[in-house]
Write a protein that binds this ligand. Structure first.
Ligand code: ARG
Length: 402
């Protein structure tokens, strides 16, 4: 841009979709700002057109697409896996856990570009606006946030009209009736017919997984090696973190694993019906839990369960960059010191079934557990232990009877 009046810059979280394409033009007109469009690659399906070039054609002064897949897996997905993070016990937080990394990247670009503003395309009804807004101010309190979608009141049709009137080039791919968000950890799908909670999700709502009914008739087995709670190898082969996720995801998709249909509680008080496909997350969380049940003591497992829930809520509610989440993370890491070993999983018609586990730190002692020869348990100790264990109840029963 060569104009003589220097405008302030705004960093726009840009996906290349209809909303954020229009936002480039809208931010220039409404706020008189130079727009830097930033897309962040966390493993979503690649766009069929060059969204960076299109952002420039649509008037952005600068546009880039930054590959953050490795950081996403190492710094966000693995900590969530170690926490067995599932919001309301069913949603592996695939969308939620990518938001803090997107936010961190936007803030970095804002600093580099000397921008005072950040914009995102979140609506006023969702969790994501909270994750963006709170994340941004947690990292850089001086940044100002604009949410065009919260400000303009345009329907989908009006947006298309706006694009036509203002010569905004919109994505070439045909419109999907659902709202989709994808990354390496999963796929979220809402809106359209899914808003009727009684209707079974139609085939088109599923984008990744085979219908379990049509999945292969023969099961497939795979083994996953973990080191300190983190997967490092599949079927004995050491792989880098992105390949681990992609390989397991493909296998689980083929067997129809990881479909979730859920009514969840948003932070803003709305209940919403959403479907998720989290094949790799489903397999890895199950496998990780199975290894924990072999390598962690009972009291740690029980205490950690509460911590896991709190961790999940913090991630869901946009408090990733907060002292509590970070402290909980430190606790969880400490618990993972001996979560090293191998888990064997059977994939079959929508199910991921744990069928074997082994670890050099196994606390499972066959000699103590066996009912066969070689039993190492001291049978005589049982009666004395039970006398003490039951004593409070026995005492109370005697007193209360009077
Ligand atoms: N409800 C999920 C969450 O808040 C996903 C939100 C994004 N979903 C979507 N289909 N665009 O984490």
């Amino acid at each position: 841009m060569t104009g003589s009046t220097k405008r302030d810059k705004i960093i726009l979280a840009y996906s290349g979709g209809l909303d954020t394409s229009i936002a480039i033009k809208w931010l220039q007109d409404k706020y008189n700002l130079d727009v830097v469009a930033v897309g962040i690659n966390v493993g979503q399906a690649p766009s069929s057109d060059d969204i960076v070039a299109r952002a420039i054609r649509n008037g952005a002064v600068k546009a880039e697409f930054i590959d953050k897949r490795r950081e996403f897996v190492e710094e966000y997905v693995w900590p969530s896996l170690k926490a067995n993070a599932m919001y309301q016990d069913v949603y592996p937080l695939s969308t939620a856990v990518a938001r803090p990394l997107i936010v961190k990247t936007l803030v970095e670009v804002a600093k580099r570009e000397g921008a005072k503003y950040i914009a995102h395309g979140c609506t006023a009804k969702g969790n994501d606006q909270v994750r963006f807004d709170v994340g941004i101010v947690s990292l850089e309190p001086s940044l100002r946030i604009i949410g065009p979608m919260r400000e303009w009141v345009m329907t989908r049709e009006e947006e298309i009209e706006y694009a036509k009137k203002n010569n905004v080039e919109v994505p070439v791919k045909k419109e999907n009736p659902f709202s989709i968000d994808e990354n390496l950890w999963g796929r979220s799908c809402e809106c359209g017919v899914l808003e009727d909670a009684w209707i079974e999700p139609p085939a088109e709502a599923w984008g990744w997984t085979t219908d379990p009914q049509r999945a292969p008739d023969a099961p497939e087995y795979t083994t996953i090696d973990f080191v300190e709670g983190v997967p490092v190898a599949i079927d004995g082969k050491n792989l880098d973190c992105i390949t681990i996720i992609e390989t397991l995801n493909e296998l689980a998709c083929k067997h129809g694993v990881g479909r979730i249909d859920h009514i969840e509680d948003r932070l803003v008080g709305i209940k919403s019906r959403e479907t998720y496909e989290c094949p790799v997350a489903t397999v890895l969380i199950k496998a990780h839990k199975a290894l924990e049940s072999m390598t962690l003591q009972r009291d740690v497992i029980e205490y950690k369960r509460g911590v896991e829930q709190r961790f999940s809520e913090l991630v869901y509610n946009g408090l990733w960059f907060g002292v509590l989440r970070e402290s909980i993370n430190a606790f969880i890491n400490e618990t993972q010191r001996f979560v090293t070993g191998t888990v064997r999983v059977k994939l079959f018609k929508g199910n991921a079934i744990i069928v074997g586990r082994k670890s050099k730190y196994s606390l499972y002692d066959e000699g103590l557990a066996t009912y066969a020869k070689g039993d190492g348990f001291d049978h005589k100790s049982a009666v004395g232990f039970i006398y003490c264990w039951g004593l409070p109840n026995k005492t109370a029963a005697r007193v209360h009877k009077k």
